[in-house]
Ligand binder design. Sequence first.
Ligand SMILES: [Zn+2]
Ligand SMILES: [Zn+2]
Length: 371
Amino acid sequence: MSPVRLDLTARLCVSLGLFDDPQVSVVTSRPAPDELLETVHEAEYIAAVRRASEDPVCAEERYGLGTDDDPAFRGMHEAGARIVGASTDLALAVWRGRCLHGVNFCGGMHHAMPGYASGFCVYNDAAVAIRALLDEGARRVAYVDTDVHHGDGPQAVFWDDPRVLTVSVHESGRTLFPGTGYPDEVGGRGAEGTAVNVALPAGVADAGWLRAVHAVVPPLLRSFEPDVLITQHGCDTHSLDPLGHLVVSVDAQRQVARTLHELAHEVAGGRWVALGGGGYAIVDVVPRAWAHLVAEVAHRPLEPATPVPAEWRRHVETLTGRSAPARMTDGEPAHWDGWESGFDPADAVDRAILATRNAVFPFLGLDPLFD
Ligand SMILES: [Zn+2]
Ligand SMILES: [Zn+2]
């Protein structure tokens, strides 16, 4: 979770000229004030983060702080709160029509819970941003999470709220943190069908991952008709990622950003907020994956074969002593067979997709078997 990954991503975007477009604004953000954090987080948890932030020795494990996953560090409150401020400002700018799309690749802290830190996440920027949209009058908000880990925080926060659809496509909790996100987690009473989980077996590659995303996300979004689409683009699905066990390429990640962008225009009047998330291959994957995301958000999608700029590669090599990737592609075609072409109940990916469609599609009036 080293901040270097964000710096390398921003530098790559600069080198590619993505921030030069007159239609693109790069904006900074204030740390979210406590009253905004408190729309999702418990006051005593925020106080505990502040104490650990001032003196890391004071970190309390009962709040998930000072643990291996969430070590305490000086300034952690301000760092986490600033990410929340950014995602919330962005969501409100989109809602108020000041911009149509926005991206905060520092965000997507999807494991943070109302009362404790978890999985490298302190404050849940996605959940606070969604809450702010609802408070401003949005009737329905959809959150789609394609990180390799289950998007457990937003699901928990909006479990009982039928106005928020949370969809997470991830590696199964049987083999990966946080151990949740099964198809039978469908939402609380009165909100059944608004929590959606696709739990993929370890080892799934591009064709299976893309098939799963496309067999579940588009029909759900078309049926739900959100006012705003929030997406989380954790790129730890990649084959080189040291934590997850999926075998996805930056080409497939680029395709998913593209699909979600198209869906935002189709179902949400174009109102789209894209967030980062996990991603621990900080040289080979994260900067390329999120530069593609920024390019997509900016309506300047990059051809996969685009060379990685030499000045960025030199910087990486000086900084890390490692060679940087030469192109914005992994050379994969990012092809998949759509669900409409039929399914095979003996196939592990199709079984995972079917379990999800069977669990939630009937609640939304959709046919679990056929599109
Ligand atoms: Zn992750
Ligand atoms: Zn667009």
